[in-house]
Design a protein around this ligand. Structure first.
Ligand SMILES: [Zn+2]
Length: 244
């Protein structure tokens, strides 16, 4: 059985939309293996079920059937256009006003009510969903799981939890960009405007800046999100060229 701490790391650090904390880590020589072990679909589904139970325990869910059906119909279109439509995907709407989305192993996607309220078009929602479906397709959460387990087995008092988070963060930046690239393709293939994700992220950034969610001198967040947006713009421009 997974510990609550581990479930938290997988569920939340895996794919939090704007996971931006940075940690310093003294041991520069320490590295994880490049290729984490893969787990089978069945193992991933079992793992995902445990994470899903934990999430459902932590949040109230939005139960309105019409609302859920509208969101799930977008999910199913995007999943059908994805590379991994052999496992069942589900999407839960969390009763939270924060603007966030994340995924767990085994095809579980979570969107907050706040995110859906902030989105202005179905294309934007499809963009977010595309990104989360891509995390599942690319097995990012399972890879993180293996890396956390690997760290735990190496941890003989020398590695601190900050190191774990640093490592997860460095992977997350890479994972975020990969999920963006793949996600816009899924959204487009499902019949949505692939610019939806960029539109949403740009508006969200403006909103956060406007509300002064972070200090002017705290550039960590803006650097991370700027790099992500630049990568996304480049990817959309390449996509447009390939469509013409
Ligand atoms: Zn992500």
């Amino acid at each position: 059985m997974l510990t609550k701490r581990l479930l938290f790391l997988i569920a939340v650090s895996a794919m939090g939309f704007f996971f931006t904390e940075r940690f310093s880590f003294a041991d520069d020589d320490w590295q994880l293996p490049d290729t984490p072990a893969e787990i089978s679909d069945d193992e991933e589904i079992v793992l995902g079920k445990q994470v899903d139970e934990y999430i459902r325990h932590q949040f109230y869910l939005e139960e309105d059937p019409d609302f859920n059906e509208a969101v799930n119909s977008i999910v199913q279109k995007v999943v059908a256009a994805s590379d991994r439509n052999t496992i069942p995907f589900t999407c839960a709407i969390l009763q939270s006003l924060s603007i966030n989305a994340f995924s767990a192993p085994g095809g579980h996607i979570y969107l907050t009510y706040g995110l859906l309220k902030f989105a202005q078009t179905e294309d934007e929602v499809a963009g977010i969903i595309g990104h989360e479906v891509a995390h599942v397709s690319l097995r990012h959460a399972s890879k993180l799981y293996h890396e956390v387990m690997e760290i735990n087995s190496q941890d003989e008092g020398g590695l601190r939890s900050a190191a774990n988070l640093l490592l997860l963060n460095s992977h997350l930046e890479e994972f975020e960009q990969d999920a963006d690239t793949r996600g816009v393709l899924y959204a487009q293939k499902a019949g949505f405007n692939p610019n939806g994700l960029l539109d949403f992220l740009e508006r969200h950034l403006n909103f956060m800046m406007h509300r002064r969610f972070f200090g002017m001198t705290d550039s960590g967040f803006t650097t991370t999100i700027t790099a992500r947006l630049n990568h996304l713009r480049e990817c959309l421009s390449n996509l447009e060229k390939s469509n013409n």
